[in-house]
Design a protein around this ligand. Structure first.
Ligand code: AMP
Ligand code: MG
Length: 419
């Protein structure tokens, strides 16, 4: 049963934008950023801007996979066979001649197989005395020879643009012969914290009205972890002129994020401040909990995402909107957060019109099912419970009450890039 208060709340929320629509509008408004070339060793986590084509084959020549003797299969048809050793081929220094009838070349792992040889007799199956090598046993021809280009050939496309580069990819790119790699420029995200009550973390706690400003810290950290470049604009008081001046100071940013003052109270002045600078609102307020006062629009070319100041609202909005915005700027195709499924371990009441994001513990049960234990208290001012949670349960608008054993959709924080 809905209470009267919830019903009137629903009416008020009737016109609110859905979370999905809000995200789609933000994503659509983001330009894909240009590319820059950086050293391959520094490119982990960056988004590849152009396909990587191999400059060389790997291996560049046929090479031995074992230590032994490179010989001709026709010479070792009947065993034992004694061959004359005419040289050595080792990694970094190949044998320049050819293996001719009755001869062999001592060879080591990774060394180029000399001309004429088509079989590697293993060293444990051979004895050597005064350059006479007696071979007792041979593998099949070609068995321990890695053909040229076995891994990839010169001209082959090995890594495709749009990939978020892993350490493994960097190994491939280096093997392809590239010392530099073209990647998308990092999105520059300017972060402005607003609120008369805010003080810099670490400064003396100067009175009962003061709150440590944590959003600038957590947002900047999330931006950096997600492959962006945070620009912390610090804290400004709840004054139109001060907020507008801070906004004027933004330069070179791809997106401005503000925290606090996004609601419609007397001291929520972000919209009013932006308005004095010609702000074009795309949307203001969405059907979401936490995060209802979210606002998005443009100041000239600069997209602006204004988040409510409660730390949990800010960080949930960052996960659901800021990260997808960054993905869009990085040119990634999939800009939706990843949702998984879990089994609810306790009861959740029916939901109203607002899509609800519920902090939860997640643990595997004896059968390996993922169990969600939602926290009983979900106040959006409680940042500690967000840090202690393993994820969020998404409750769609008007989701019916759910209980133990019911399936729910979740976002797992361990999949959220260090969030
Ligand atoms: P507001 O969205 O400005 O109404 O802020 C809602 C609540 O979030 C207030 O109680 C603030 O004290 C708190 N808050 C706002 N900004 C920050 C911030 N940067 N860090 C931590 N808490 C904040
Ligand atoms: Mg405020």
């Amino acid at each position: 049963m809905q209470t009267v208060q919830e019903q009137s709340g629903s009416a008020e929320l009737a016109g609110l934008l859905s979370v999905e629509e809000a995200r789609a509008r933000i994503v659509a408004a983001m330009p894909v950023l240009g590319a820059e070339k950086i050293r391959v060793g520094s490119a982990a986590g960056r988004v590849l801007a152009e396909d990587i084509v191999a400059r060389v084959s790997l291996p560049p020549m046929p090479v031995s996979a074992m230590d032994g003797y490179a010989c001709r299969s026709t010479d070792v048809m009947s065993l034992p066979a004694t061959l004359q050793k005419i040289g050595i081929s080792k990694a970094g220094s190949h044998f320049a001649g050819s293996v001719t009838a009755g001869t062999c070349v001592r060879i080591f792992t990774g060394a180029v197989v000399p001309q004429g040889a088509d079989v590697i007799a293993l060293q444990e199956d051979a004895t050597e005395q005064d350059d006479a090598v007696t071979i007792e046993e041979v593998p099949k021809p070609g068995q321990f020879i890695r053909p040229m280009g076995m891994d990839f050939g010169a001209g082959q496309r090995c890594v495709t643009r749009g990939r978020v580069l892993t350490a493994r990819d960097l190994g491939v790119i280096a093997s392809c012969g590239h010392g530099e790699v073209p990647v998308r420029r990092k999105p520059r995200i300017a972060i402005l914290s607003t609120g008369d009550e805010l003080i810099e973390p670490g400064s003396p706690f100067s009175g009962p009205d003061r709150i440590m400003a944590s959003n600038g810290v957590s947002l900047a950290a999330a931006v950096a972890l997600w492959g962006g470049e945070p620009v912390d604009l610090g804290i400004v008081p709840d004054e139109v002129a001060a907020i507008a001046a801070a906004v004027d100071s933004v330069s070179g940013a791809d997106l401005l994020v503000t925290s606090g003052g996004a609601s419609v109270g007397d001291h929520d002045l972000v919209h009013a401040s932006l308005h004095t600078r010609g702000f074009a609102v795309d949307f203001w307020k969405i059907a979401m909990r936490p995060g209802k006062p979210l606002m998005f629009g443009r100041l000239g070319e600069l997209p602006v995402l204004s988040m409510p100041g409660n730390p949990v609202s800010t960080l949930v909005c960052a996960l659901l909107f800021l990260r997808p915005a960054m993905w869009a700027m990085l040119g990634l195709n999939d800009t939706n957060p990843r949702f998984d499924r879990a089994v609810l371990a306790s009861r959740l009441p029916e939901n109203d019109r607002r899509e609800d994001y519920v902090r939860t513990h997640l643990e595997a049960d004896a059968e390996g099912r993922l169990l969600a234990h939602p926290f009983p208290k979900q106040d959006s001012a409680m940042i500690l419970t967000l840090a202690q949670a393993d994820g969020l349960i998404r409750r769609k608008p008007f989701a019916p009450a759910a209980g133990p054993g019911d399936e729910v959709e979740i976002i797992r924080f361990r999949d959220c890039g260090g969030y």
